[in-house]
Design a protein around this ligand. Sequence first.
Ligand code: ACO
Length: 421
Amino acid sequence: MSVGKIEINGKVHEAPIIIGSEGEVALDISKLRAATGMITLDGGFKNTGSCTSSITYIDGANGVLRYRGYAIEELCEKSSFLEVSKLLVDGNLPNSSALSSFQDQIKKASSLPEGVKSIIKSFPKSAHPMGVLSSALAALSGHFEAKDYGNLSKADFDELIPTMMGAVKMIAAYNYRHNKGENFLDSKSDLDYCSDFINLMFGEVDKDIAEALDVLFILHADHEQNCSATAARVAGSAHANIFASMASGVNALWGPRHGGANQKVIEMLEMIEADGGDYQKYIEKAKDKSDPFRLMGFGHRVYKNFDPRAKIIKKYCETVLNKLGVKDPTLDIAKGLEEVALKDPYFVERKLYPNVDFYSGIIYRALGIPTNMFTVMFAIGRMPGWIAQWKELLGQGMAISRPRQVYTGETLRTYKDVESR
Ligand code: ACO
């Protein structure tokens, strides 16, 4: 084992160097505080690894994304969302009988208790679907027997994983129907996952839409230790139940700096269109540090060359729009914006490229999905990734996530009563 050396106040401390299977290196500083009394400080975890993981590999410099060793490009071309889900949670591609029993288990889990349906119906139609999704997922915990989440059996995982995959699809579709003032439809056992979801929403299946969704869900299925996966892992590390842990993932994803960006991108493109299509003006706004405006769908913590998912989605966007016969002016604005930004020194120097959210909203819009549901679509796709991350964490017997801090507040002072304040 190789070691790194850290010199603090003239004393040298050794820390093991951990090398990943793709040659990524990390300095294991977990014993540093015991030896030195010092913690490491890294707000936003920009240079902190929280775990070792064998699920997803990203090489941000070269735009590489692989699930369990398989290139995202190959999975999008040859696999299906449920097969990829099984790959993520189990580690290997399933054989046909394992895949079909996984499909059957999800179909059996594709209904919601009346209480959860009532919770969805209790929300105002204006409520954001991500809030409804998180609430309904958490509420579902009340309909399953309590388990020891620090000591789950294989049978528990076999029950819980399809339950979550079925539930996220049902909650999303039912919330859509509720917002439209339409009655809830039953899941159809003869339909595949995406076709069933389309049918639950629209009451009919369009093969092209279901196929497009399948690819989008594969692209979103996992992305290693991102904000929402970390949120799901942190809750899971406390041995919170799966419903609470996945709701934590949903809540973190909702933010506009993360999955919520797909909604913000379309709103931005529509704003630029309404403003006469002058995207140069918005490039200048994004560069202006006194202006809070950022180019939504641009930039990524890890990808500093290109986001391979954005590359696939951009190509796919044109295919889907052509196939559905949709002409969308926001696609031209998005392309123009990208072209100008990629030549602008501000974006070039900071290595800012379109991310997964830049073009996905244009496809969702063409598929008839309302804008405020875009992030829910992301959450459906990401569910197997969160589950895989949570399962891996429990399998590793990971300690509870509990970072340290450097306190910068007042030192000890004495209580003053109201009159003397
Ligand atoms: N528009 C304009 N400037 C940007 C943008 C942007 N979209 N993104 C980053 N920058 C600038 C920052 O102002 C900063 O400039 P500075 O060095 O002069 O201060 C520099 O680029 C680095 O940006 P950070 O915010 O420090 O990078 P970080 O890794 O913390 O953030 C993030 C990454 C959150 C994705 C950021 O690029 C962003 O806010 N993008 C827009 C929102 C978005 O599209 N989010 C979806 C990400 S993909 C996903 O989560 C699924």
